[in-house]
Design a binder for this molecule. Structure first.
Ligand SMILES: Cc1ncc(C[n+]2csc(CCOP(=O)(O)OP(=O)(O)O)c2C)c(N)n1
Ligand SMILES: [Mg+2]
Length: 307
């Protein structure tokens, strides 16, 4: 298949048939991460290598004695994905292999918290790598603990919800904007409910060089206490409510790809048991957070001269 250049729209029907993240993995029913990885690999293709720290993906994509990956795949320590992809990218260049894409793929815990130092260093040095954060909004592999990327109010095993305590007390850390502040060539947020936008951004990341950061929304029905068939519906609602902004920044120029409809956040939250304890005050706090976030996103867009 001829590849488009520079993030042109991708014809879904022309995606290669070959699976590089194969069926037979052991993800929970309804997990969004395998859908994400399957399509990531269809775009990045066989000339790529994957570095992956501890997370659900590591376990369900490589449950001994099987492995779902059809490209070279390595388990790295939780803290050092950014450092490992730095070394591999430079080593490959040293032996003249400029044709290989180096992918670091980590969860939200491994990105926003535990792996952040190595990630920030790699971004600041503008290493020639693609870093993918698949964001299921908690440490799911170890049994649903809160991460910096867990949203306000969510129940997790470390942010219990009862009559006095009402889930996580802090708001979600905005990783994509933090990475934008590193002045890297490409930052984007992606969502499987918008496949054309999703594939185009992967294609764009593939064609660019330097540090590229992709934050991909990845519903976890198990940890979110949601219906296993809800991943795509929740993905769509996350954008329509404004909970998740679809945007990208190419060489600092920001574009918001989809304006929210501002559907009431209750419609999104009520489908997830992790928000079951919500009262009117908490719904109101999230509505206000969405409004403030959108105001901030629009200001950022204007300030940076985007569309
Ligand atoms: C240094 C270190 N601390 C803790 C762990 C235990 N651990 C393994 S996976 C995991 C959760 C990972 O969460 P995240 O990065 O969000 O990925 P997810 O499991 O949600 O896909 C933890 C805490 C570890 N392997 N190494
Ligand atoms: Mg996670």
């Amino acid at each position: 298949m001829d590849r488009n250049k520079g993030g042109e729209p991708v014809n879904i029907k022309e995606l290669p048939d070959k699976e590089l993240f194969t069926p037979g993995h052991t993800a929970c029913p309804g997990c969004a991460a395998p859908i994400v990885m399957r399509h990531v690999m269809k775009i990045f293709g066989e000339k790529s290598v994957v570095y992956n720290p501890a997370c659900c993906l590591l376990v369900f994509g490589g449950t001994y004695p099987w492995i779902a990956w059809e490209v070279p795949y390595n388990h790295v320590a939780f803290e050092n994905t950014g450092a490992c992809i730095t070394g591999i990218s430079r080593a490959l260049k040293n032996i003249g292999r400029d044709d290989v894409t180096v992918l670091g793929i980590a969860g939200d815990g491994g990105t926003a918290d535990i792996g952040f130092q190595a990630l920030s260093g790699a971004a600041e040095r503008n290493e020639d790598v693609v870093y993918i954060m698949y964001d299921n909004e908690a440490y799911m592999n170890t049994g649903i603990q809160r991460s910096g990327s867990t949203p306000y109010g969510a129940w997790t095993t470390t942010t219990p919800a009862g009559s006095k305590i009402k889930g996580k007390e802090r708001f979600k850390k905005d990783m994509a904007t933090i990475m934008l502040a590193h002045n890297v060539p490409y930052v984007a947020t992606l969502n499987i409910a918008y496949p054309a936008d999703f594939l185009r951004k992967l294609e764009k990341a593939k064609e660019m060089s330097g540090f590229r950061f992709l934050q991909i929304y990845a519903p976890c029905p198990t940890g979110w206490r949601a219906d296993p068939n809800s991943a795509v519906d929740l993905s769509k609602l996350a954008v329509e409510t404004g909970m998740w902004t679809l945007w990208e920044a190419e060489n600092g120029k920001v574009t918001i790809n989809k304006k929210p409809k501002f559907t009431p956040v209750k419609e999104y939250l009520d489908q997830q048991g992790r928000f079951r304890h919500f009262d009117d005050e908490q719904y109101g706090i999230i509505e206000q957070w969405v409004k403030d976030k959108w105001d901030k996103d629009e200001k950022m867009l204007t300030a940076l001269g985007g569309d």
